[in-house]
Every structure is written in structure tokens, then in C-alpha cells.
Design a protein around this ligand. Sequence first.
Ligand SMILES: [Zn+2]
Ligand SMILES: [Zn+2]
Length: 245
Amino acid sequence: MNVVSAAGSRVLDLLFPPACALCGAACEGHLCDACAASVRPRDPRLCCRVCGKTLIPDDRAAGSLEPLCRRCRTEPPAFALARSAATFHGPMGTLVHKLKYAKATWLAGTVARFMAQCFRDAYGAERVDLVCPVPLHPAKELARGYNQAALLAAALGERLSLPARADLLLRVRDTATQTRMDADERRVNVRGAFAAAPGAAARLAGKTVLLVDDVMTTGATFGACAAVLRDAGAVRVLALSAARD
Ligand SMILES: [Zn+2]
Ligand SMILES: [Zn+2]
């Protein structure tokens, strides 16, 4: 940082002292130590080995002792594995909500810190070539001013020293909000919503892609994007979200 911008940032710190995005306490960065410690990783022993869904008795009753949910057992998704840094119902949900709906774009780096830890825990042994965000429909991105998944992918790529590319996938159809839909309705909703960008196939051939989004619910969006990436030549798609329902 040069002298002028360093002085400028000190002035900004005086005008707007750095405060924790969750509790408002004065702190370095955007999250105090206590709030950072309250973001707890999900326990992989309680989750589906493939999609990371928290297993319910119905999943366990569906078959063998292997920790697989009913859906992954019957219809394996197009992604190889999916993981999420934390549950949506807690501090991570608040951070993601601010990032997504309150224009708190400066929180992308803070959220990506937890995603990087999740990546190392779950995918540390994987050879990943590039990071790819789930795209927003252009109309939605224009209205919001940014794609929060692209901000997360960029911040995560920086932390993991991996290239992040937001120019591989296109959202060609705007989709209805999925909040009230079940898993089957979501899969129909995102069918045909994504396509490979022109020229993406050359960049994806033979590659392992880390697909990134802010929230994962049923995995329908990740599944639809992973199918497009694999059709375009990617050999393996791993998915990672900040938060999970
Ligand atoms: Zn705090
Ligand atoms: Zn599963």
C-alpha cells in the first residue's frame, strides 16, 4: 500500500472503525475472534459421503451401512462430492445474507476463509485445476450489482492459489426463486438453466473443477452446473458452498 492510500485508510478507520459484521465489536478485519469461533464446521460423520446432506433416519434405513443419502444412492449427482463450510442456521447464514442482500461485498474474503478451511479438510488430497462460481442470470447480476458466488470464488481462489474463472458457465434462463420448492421441483426448475460459455470447452478439457456457490440446499443447482461442466469436458467436479440448509 502506498503512503497516500495508507493514510487514507487510517482516516477511514477513524471515521468508520473496523467492527465485527456479526456483533459490532471493534476488531481487526470484519469478524471478531468470538464470532469467528462461533462458525462451526459441519460434522462429516453425520453427513452423506457424496452430497454432504445431514443424514436422517430415512436415509440410514434405505440401505447399507455406508453413509449415503437416499437420493445419492438412487440417482448419483453430476458432481463427485459436495461440501459446505457451515450450516445456514447460524452465524454463517447471517454473513452470507449480508453478502448477498445487503451489498456487504467486503465480507467475501471473510466467508472464503471458512470455505478454504472446509476445502482443506474435505478436498485437501484432490488435485483441483480451477475454481468456477455458479453464475447468476445477467438480469439478476445487473440488479444486484455483483454475483456473490463469483466474489467468493475469486477470494477462495486467491487463498488456495487456484485460478478462479467466472467465464465458463452461463445462466441462460432466469429461474424462479427456489425457497419453497422441494428437491424434485428444484431439479425441474434449474433444468436447462445453465450452458457452457463459448470457448469454455478448451479450458475445461481434462480438468477438475471446484464449483462454488454461497448456499447449497438440495444440490439441484450444483448438479445442473456440474452436468454442463462435465459435458464440456471437465473430468471431475467438486462442489463447495459457504452455507448449507
Ligand atoms: Zn463479533
Ligand atoms: Zn447425498
